[in-house]
Design a protein around this ligand. Structure first.
Ligand code: ZN
Length: 274
């Protein structure tokens, strides 16, 4: 038995991204009685932000997050500025959707660089440049630490501890996205979830398959791997998290399947393992 009631499910649209547009995802959530959705920005732009906001509201869906902002480090100042501008647009979009947060994948090393501390400083400077916009819009910035295997190309932010240090430094308006896939291995994960408290703005589920055959696109359906998803979720709730659980399965294997089957199975596995 869980200590706290199980939160509802939110569909991260990456889970069916090869087969469905955002419009189809919204309809699919309504059809399968899934209460939340988390769109990716490419799909959002395809549909149009205003149209999507209306359709999501009409379907009665909560937006557990918008994926994603970030990608701050770049080799030159013009590209770093372009990233900041793009993040400002993402904040406006998250606001238009009434999203619980804007999820940040912070970015890896600039091309050709070996300066990891420098890249981390670019992330901090990028966040400092956008936080006032986020505060003004009432959009929580949710830093998503990614597994260290992605440090070079996606995220120099690797642990919850590191993410919370940045939250502490930048201040109000900052939070974290806990994705079990990225943090389950960390001996500090439970302590850092407790430290995060109500700053946990999003909670992403999927599973770690053994063996994992692709660093990005071989995520498992909850129950098919080795992560104690429910244990981590209960820790997050005990710390104060009260949002939906967002299922995010980037997987070339699952993308082959009929999306309606995938959504039905997501619901089953959510109930059984999350
Ligand atoms: Zn995630």
């Amino acid at each position: 038995m869980s200590a706290a009631p199980q939160p509802g499910l939110s569909l991260n649209t990456a889970t069916v991204r090869e087969a469905w547009s955002l419009e189809q995802c919204i309809d699919g959530c309504a059809r399968h009685a899934i209460p939340g959705i988390s769109p990716w920005r490419d799909k959002l732009h395809e549909m149009g932000v205003a149209r999507a906001a209306i359709a999501i509201r009409d379907a009665g869906l909560q937006v557990s997050g918008l994926c994603r902002g970030g990608m701050f480090p770049a080799a030159d100042a013009a590209d770093r500025l372009a990233a900041i501008e793009d993040n400002r647009r993402a904040i406006e979009e998250a606001h238009a959707l009434g999203a619980r947060c804007l999820v940040m994948v912070c970015g890896g090393l600039p091309q050709g660089s070996r300066d990891l501390p420098g890249a981390r400083a670019m992330v901090r400077d990028g966040l400092a440049a956008i936080i006032e916009d986020a505060r003004a819009a009432g959009v929580t910035i949710a830093l998503e630490p990614l597994h260290p295997m992605t440090c070079a190309d996606r995220s120099v932010l690797s642990t919850l501890g590191q993410a919370l240090d940045l939250c502490d430094e930048i201040g109000p308006g900052m939070g974290v996205a806990v994705d079990v896939y990225h943090v389950w291995w960390d001996p500090q994960v439970e302590a850092q979830i407790a430290r995060a408290g109500q700053r946990i703005a999003a909670f992403h589920t999927c599973d770690w398959l053994v063996p994992t055959t692709d660093l990005l696109l071989d995520r498992g359906m909850p129950g098919d791997g080795v992560i104690d998803i429910r244990g981590l979720r209960e820790k997050a709730q005990a710390a104060g998290f009260d949002g939906l659980l967002e299922m995010e399965i980037l997987s070339t294997a699952w993308w082959q399947r009929d999306p309606d089957e995938v959504l039905a199975l997501c619901k089953e596995r959510h109930a059984a393992f999350c």
